[in-house]
Design a protein around this ligand. Structure first.
Ligand SMILES: [Zn+2]
Length: 336
């Protein structure tokens, strides 16, 4: 009897709560207290824009759109009195609240309050920046099987555990790794993407246009070196001078030049001029699978290694705390 009475009570209240929530959302009132930066609750319960902070939020979206990392956005917000964790920053940038919308379970109101982000294009671009979210199939994790992630203790490749969402030292040797490094996949992926974006912007070498040009020039240099070598061999042959040591010396130099041209070309990766796309092109790709594939190509093109140090506390014990300094990202051609 007690059970049935309790259940009846719960159902009635549940129904009342649901009906109340529906009315509230229809009126444009957020039924919880998770209010995004840039808003305060008005007297009637509807969110109103808090101008100075809303301007900071707009700035944050714009910076993110231009390639700023979550950490940079976090710093920008903090400087303006908005304290957020990295994941708090990420959730702010993905909240449709800033478009004036409320989505609460099954309840939706797309004109609930004044938007802080009036440019929907800007909002959508910022959404497309995030490649990977949540638990995914092994092969769908950004850094799975790329071979760039390395255990800081033993240097082994790291493998994804899609259940825990961690990359972990994948050492399978007879003398196994003593301190296997592990890292949250979301965190290291975010860092790698941020690093490649920053690198693509700052390092002239990997700007898309200049990279295309470099590939074209490198291909042309190989052609020239080949032609010169061919011509010289033919001319020396016609003159009957091929056996001379001076001729051999000349040919040696030309062969070396050809080798160098090939080496320079190899450093630019094994793809052709038109296959090179940068982060800004990747963001425009609509299909997630294509975006993922393009990111992987760009990462393997630009990054030599991402070494993850095992997490330690100050006194040398294993730590669960996240510290970005554990991650050491090396770009190609950047070693000491
Ligand atoms: Zn290891």
């Amino acid at each position: 009897m007690m059970g049935a009475a309790f259940q009846y009570y719960a159902e009635v209240t549940g129904e009342k709560v649901a009906a109340a929530q529906e009315r509230v959302v229809a009126r444009g009132v957020l039924p919880n207290s998770r209010i995004s930066p840039g808003y305060v609750r008005g007297e009637d319960g509807v969110l109103v824009v808090e101008r100075p902070k809303a301007r900071v939020v707009v700035q944050a979206f714009k910076r993110r759109d231009r390639g700023a990392s979550l950490a940079e956005i976090q710093a920008l917000l903090a400087k303006n009195g908005i304290e957020r964790s990295i994941s708090g920053v990420a959730s702010m940038l993905s909240s449709r609240m800033s478009l004036g919308e409320i989505h609460f379970g099954e309840l939706h109101n797309t004109r609930a309050h004044e938007p802080t982000i009036k440019d929907r294009g800007l909002f959508e671009r910022v959404q497309r920046r995030t490649v990977s979210r949540g638990r995914q199939a092994k092969s769908e994790r950004l850094l799975a099987f790329l071979g760039v992630l390395r255990c800081g203790t033993c240097g082994s490749r790291m493998v994804i555990n899609s259940y825990s969402g961690n990359y972990r030292c994948g050492d399978t040797s007879a003398n196994p790794c003593q301190r296997r490094a592990a890292v949250k996949a979301d965190r290291v992926e975010e860092m790698v993407l941020d690093a490649v974006r920053a690198y693509s912007v700052t390092a002239d070498l990997h700007g898309r246009a200049s990279r295309r040009q470099q590939i074209r020039e490198a291909d042309e240099a190989i052609e020239r070196a080949n032609a010169e070598l061919d011509d010289t061999i033919r001319q020396l042959g016609e003159l009957g001078l091929l056996g001379r040591s001076a001729s051999q010396e000349t040919l040696g130099k030309l062969i070396k030049a050809l080798d160098d041209a090939h080496t320079a070309r190899a450093r630019l990766g094994d793809r052709g001029e038109s296959d090179v796309i940068g982060p800004e092109d990747i963001d425009k790709l609509r299909e997630p699978a294509k975006r993922l594939a393009a990111w992987r190509r760009l990462i393997t093109d630009t990054i030599e290694s991402v070494t993850v140090a095992p997490a330690m506390t100050a006194d040398g014990r294993p730590s669960r705390l996240w510290d970005p300094r554990r991650i050491d990202i090396r770009f190609r051609g950047q070693h000491p």
